[in-house]
Design a protein around this ligand. Structure first.
Ligand code: ADP
Ligand code: MG
Length: 318
């Protein structure tokens, strides 16, 4: 069997890594251009770190009826759907809580250590405080609510970028990874897209690491181990428990989920971190395959997530 020669482009986008892979290397430049276009549209619509983004402008002017762009509407609709499906474990109104915990700029610029925070911790406003009509794209937000699409926008960008790239490549397939939030489209390579299950999306691809393969849809990882910082000696991270407004203190440090789209995988991976123990049942009920890593590094595989291939033994000749 001849191994498929893949075309790979690496870059940075949305505050993290971007990787585009095509099965037909000659279409790489076209695929990358299509991906870049989608990613910059998402950034302009939904970034919390750009003052000039559509979302930042809306967050700054509450209690007004606004008609949002089709791109932002899609991201808000996906976030609200996630809130509904996860019973509020994933909730876009975590914005203020995320900022007050110290994640107030692109992660590269977040101070890794700082003085104690006086956080007035309280339950977040909750997604039902937002009024949004997906058909008319009309949005209304009460004062004091900041929308954060950090969990949804990146995954949506991967889905839309993979779909856009698959239209411009001449046959074959494409994989888009934005900081480890992965979507694939088109015809997969023989044996499927092999994805390494790492806790850190910037970890190098290495032989012997646990990999799984997917043919379609998406895979996403949420982790409390990479984006973390300390304030007054207290370790904080970027996934907020909507019930307390503070970084989640549950059993899982990393959740990786495969689903029909990257957005759905990401809803489930963020929800799993927030839900804690209850995540296993929730994932099983929805038929999702997942890999959960607890604080000690113990791995729990859920649903159809395969056990890692056992090492091959050389047969003995008598
Ligand atoms: P990653 O960004 O590494 O893919 P996630 O997809 O889990 O991880 O997204 C985490 C981001 O989502 C945070 O950086 C923050 O912006 C936002 N967020 C944090 N907690 C929640 C939550 N409970 N619900 C929705 N979004 C959240
Ligand atoms: Mg994610």
């Amino acid at each position: 069997m001849t191994a498929t020669v893949l075309g790979i482009a690496d870059d940075r986008a949305l505050g993290g890594t971007l990787r585009v892979i095509v099965t037909r290397p000659r279409s790489l430049a076209d695929a990358k251009a299509a991906v870049d276009e989608v990613v910059s549209a998402i950034d302009g619509a939904a970034s919390r770190f750009r003052e000039d983004s559509e979302l930042s402008r809306i967050n700054a002017t509450p209690e007004r009826q606004v008609t949002v762009s089709p791109m932002l509407a899609q991201a808000i609709a996906a976030a609200l759907r996630g809130a509904d499906l996860s019973d509020g474990a994933v909730d876009p109104t975590v914005g203020t809580a995320v900022r007050l915990a110290g994640y107030d700029s692109d992660f590269a610029s977040v101070l890794k250590e700082g003085g104690p925070l006086r956080v007035h911790a309280e339950r977040i406003p909750g997604w039902r405080a937002i009024r949004f009509n997906a058909a008319t794209r009309q949005l209304w937000m009460p004062r004091g609510v900041e929308i954060d699409l950090g969990a949804t926008a990146k995954a949506l960008a991967s889905d839309l970028a993979a779909a856009a790239a698959s239209k411009v490549i001449e046959g074959g397939g494409v994989l888009v990874s934005l900081g480890g939030d992965i979507a694939v489209a088109g015809d997969p390579p023989a044996g499927g897209w092999s994805v390494q299950a790492s806790e850190d999306s910037s970890a190098p691809i290495e032989d012997g690491e646990e990999t799984v393969s997917i043919d379609a849809g998406g895979m996403a990882t949420s982790s409390t181990t990479v984006r973390r910082w300390t304030r007054g000696g207290v370790v904080l991270h970027h996934i907020i428990d909507p019930a307390t407004g503070q970084p989640v203190a549950g059993p899982w440090r990393t959740a990786t989920v495969a689903a029909g789209t990257c957005v759905d995988a990401n809803i489930a991976s963020t929800a799993a971190i927030v839900m804690g123990e209850g995540a296993v049942e929730w994932l099983k009920t929805r038929g999702l395959a997942a890999r959960l890593v607890d604080r000690e590094g113990q791995v729990t595989r859920v649903g159809a997530w395969p056990e890692p291939a056992s090492s091959k033994l050389a047969p003995n000749v008598l």
